[in-house]
Ligand binder design. Structure first.
Ligand code: KIV
Ligand code: ZN
Length: 515
């Protein structure tokens, strides 16, 4: 596979910058392991200088994942590059990704530097990064609004001092496919030493063109695509990994290029990310949305029954998606349970499996059929939230016509067990007031939303709660067959995330580090 498209996954860096998608260190490591199984070439694990938490996450991933290159992001500042070099010390294949803005508007207003200073900073930074690794990527932030002549100059200069990959970001999602392809062709024609570097693209989806722009760039000679699982990322998101990969695979006749992605791991990766962040994928999302393989119209169903290729250009199996029919029930055994979790992207340690299996049995007693979505929330509860500061033990409410809604809540606050009771305007309000008192939370509730995650009257209700305090927002999710319990879990999850985000913010060395 000499000429192929390298997949640079930035779910854990740019993706994590999208609202509601922040992850703790443990969650990032779990996701990184799945990305390794998926076969991405590079995992951008974070921005080490941004906070001690980011540094730790990059370090832990670098120490754990052996089969992918691990990248750490750095501005063209010595402090950033040293932090990236330090965090990546244990990596089998480290990559330092340095970036600086090259558009007039960014250089003038944001950086307040002349083009000459920016070029000098870029060269000096690539040289410094080379002291840690030969594998250095350079990004010209806001490239699509930069003067192409300046881009040619800066790319030539950084390649001369050893950058192996030059990245062309469409930072604000401004590009359109023909023009973007023209820019890539211009770089190939006017950067004399371009044969010593791989051309990469990094597109944002503000105009819904991130995947189309990445495809146009590939046709023009780009050989690395930066993307994220489910297309998450800053603002409208980044190029969606599953869409670019499946387009290259499904239309190999047109592109003539492949990736090294194990496509059967696409769906498990998408589901795992959803379970970790709680951010749902829209039902009509290409490739991984709930409706991506659902045929509703009679004519379509008839065609599919006669020959599936009449209305399906790829199979659900090719992305690791099995039928979404009933999967498990109370008679299912531990082995089937483990296999099912594996196909959803969860490979649990024996003690985690025990914990999850016990919860499965409890749920199966209450609910006749257990769907993949049920298993995902169950594992998220059993495994991903084990280090939380606050945990729900019991909740009881009394309400109804003529009664003042009252709640009793028992919670674990770190090692302590606390029990309190109180009243509210309704049962959920009563529960939330008691939880706020136990946790001494000063946060405001911004949003409260309830969905049924599967069909039927015994369906689990999924509640999502958004809280805010001092300008920091956090979203929590909870699921249960009892909607009051789901609400309590969602609120507690939001408070845990808020606490974590507040601690991250207070340890951040500046608040201007984000790209
Ligand atoms: O969008 C962007 O420009 C970035 C760079 C740091 C590559 O995320
Ligand atoms: Zn970006």
């Amino acid at each position: 596979m000499a000429d192929y498209i390298r997949i640079f996954d930035t779910t854990l860096r740019d993706g994590e910058q999208s609202p509601g998608s922040s992850m703790n260190i443990e969650e990032k490591v779990i996701m990184a392991r799945q990305l390794e199984k998926l076969g991405v070439d590079v995992i951008e694990a974070g921005f080490p200088v941004a906070s001690p938490g980011d540094f730790e996450a990059v370090k832990k991933i670098a120490d754990t994942v052996r089969d992918c290159e691990i990248a750490g992001l750095a501005r063209c500042e010595a402090e950033d590059i040293e932090a990236a070099g330090g965090a990546l010390k244990g990596a089998a294949n480290p990559r330092i990704h340095v970036f600086i803005a090259t558009s007039d508007i960014h250089m003038r207003f944001k950086l307040q530097k002349s083009p000459e200073q920016v070029l000098e900073d870029a060269v000096r930074s690539v040289e410094l990064a080379r002291k840690y690794t030969d594998n250095v990527e350079f990004s010209a932030e806001d490239a699509t609004r930069s003067d192409p002549e300046f881009l040619y100059k800066i790319f030539e200069a950084v390649i001369t001092v050893g950058a192996r990959v030059i990245n062309v970001p469409d930072t604000v999602g401004y590009a359109v496919p023909d023009q973007f392809a023209e820019l890539i062709r211009g770089i190939r024609a006017h950067v004399p030493n371009i044969d010593r570097a791989v051309i990469s693209v990094h597109c944002h989806n503000d105009l819904g063109l991130a995947v189309a722009n990445s495809q146009a760039a590939i046709r023009a000679g780009a050989r690395q695509v930066e993307c994220t699982v489910n297309g998450i990322g800053e603002r409208a998101g980044n190029t969606s990994m599953e869409e670019i990969v499946m387009a290259l695979r499904t239309r190999h006749d047109f592109f003539g290029l492949a990736t090294r992605i194990v496509t059967e791991e696409i769906y498990p990766s998408s589901r795992l990310l959803t379970s970790i962040t709680g951010v749902a994928v829209q039902p009509n999302k290409a490739v991984v949305g709930a409706n991506a393989f659902a045929h509703e119209a009679g004519i379509h169903q008839d065609g599919v029954l006669k020959n599936v290729m009449t209305y399906e250009i790829m199979t659900p199996q090719s992305i690791g998606r099995s039928s979404n029919e009933l999967v498990m029930g109370k008679h299912s055994g531990r082995h089937a349970f483990r296999e099912r979790l594996h196909s959803l992207g969860f490979d649990l340690q024996p003690d985690q499996l025990d914990n999850a299996f016990q919860r499965f049995k409890v749920l199966a007693d209450k609910k006749k059929v257990i769907y993949d979505e049920d298993l995902e929330v169950l594992v998220a509860d059993a495994v991903l939230r084990m280090d939380d500061k606050y945990r729900l033990i019991h909740v009881n409410v009394s309400s109804g016509t003529g009664a003042i809604p009252a709640a009793t809540v028992e919670m674990a606050v770190e090692e302590r067990v606390v029990k309190e009771a109180g009243f509210g305007d309704g049962p959920v309000d009563a529960v939330f007031k008691v939880i706020a008192r136990i946790t001494e939370s000063k946060s405001d509730l911004l949003r409260y939303q309830v969905n049924a995650i599967t069909g039927g009257t015994d369906a689990q209700g999924e509640v999502s709660v958004t809280v805010t305090e001092d300008g920091i927002t956090a979203i929590g999710h909870g699921a249960h067959t009892d909607i009051i319990v789901a609400s309590a879990k969602a609120y507690i999850s939001a408070l845990n995330k808020l606490g974590w985000r507040k601690s991250q913010k207070s340890t951040q060395r500046t608040d201007e580090k984000g790209p």
